[in-house]
Design a protein around this ligand. Sequence first.
Ligand code: NAD
Ligand code: WQD
Length: 338
Amino acid sequence: MKVLVTGGCGYIGSHACVALAAAGHEPIVLDNFSNSNPKAVGRIEKLIGRSLVVYQGDIRDRLVLDCIFEQHRIGAVMHFAGLKAVGESVAKPLEYYDNNLSGTLNLLAAMRAAHIYRLIFSSSATVYGDPLTVPISETAQTGATTNPYGTSKHMVESCLRDFSAANPDWSITLLRYFNPIGAHPSGLIGEDPTGIPNNLMPFITQVAIGRRDTLSIFGNDYPTHDGTGVRDYIHVQDLVEGHVAALEERGNVSGLHVYNLGTGNGVSVLDMVAAMNKVLGRELPVRIEPRRAGDIAQCFAEVDKAEKELGWSANHDLMDMVEHSWNWQQRNPNGYQS
Ligand code: NAD
Ligand code: WQD
């Protein structure tokens, strides 16, 4: 099946293109390259063994969407395109709501006009806010978001829920990612953040490669096993396999489907540093700093539903994630610019 992959040259989208091709589907990419490098196209092509159809354009541009849907018999859309930096969203709420919410509504309208009724949406555990209990189930309360990014994701989920109720013949799947890290084992594609990384793993690998001096550990006084923040890190390969499973198991089932994509395991910052030190064979320079505003103590997934209904579960362990992240960084010290 031809699958439109919006944001298909980004961190997760690029891995999804490879996983789709491996499963016998044909990814068609739409990306405005606002947070990715066109060099990713050649890397993806190397991994899928054929050329990749890429449209440079914006999900907010109805004409480019109509053109793609006229040119290709698209069977489904995997929608990764969006802005995702929590801190940036506080400073630029308009850009985040325009991109993430208006962009998705524009995409939905174009899909409806083209009679394309399968959508898989990149949602986020951030819609759960600060959870009352962990592990977090799909039935947990959502909406207590604390930044425009998380609110934009929750708004899109609400729009898709209402749209699904009014259009029961559509198959719409919300995949709530926890903390994706890692890279394709080849080291050809990976996470290539612009500027100073917000997220833990790319910051760790940039310290390890010598691009950053020291890792700041934001708080060691949380109510966790070692005082540092605990998250559910999931290998990006497992994450995109979850997308293929959702397409194949729910793509022909109408209605709205919601799944957590995580491992169900909580890993602390110090656990992550220890794993990286083991891979490196040396100690990373770290410094304990005050808590980061907006951070929560613990967040990890209940993963039974995806396992039961999609026949999917994460199978890479923490060492795989750290090794593959480091392999990508070593082969690409400056990301795709290397
Ligand atoms: P990314 O920034 O690497 O990839 C997003 C891609 O979308 C980029 O290639 C960017 O150029 C493109 N893009 C952005 N706005 C666009 C627009 N208006 N039109 C066309 N292309 C556009 O991010 P990612 O980490 O791959 O995340 C992909 C999706 O998953 C995002 O929606 C993000 O919110 C979601 N998500 C990511 C994480 C994470 O930790 N990485 C966690 C939960 C959810
Ligand atoms: C993980 C842990 C930090 C950096 C974010 C977004 C979320 C989603 C995933 C999009 C925390 C600690 C981090 C550093 C540190 N993105 N940390 N030093 O905050 O769980 O989630 O990315 O959907 O919406 O909020 O991920 O990697 O930033 O932080 O100590 O330099 O590492 O305090 O405990 P987070 P993260």
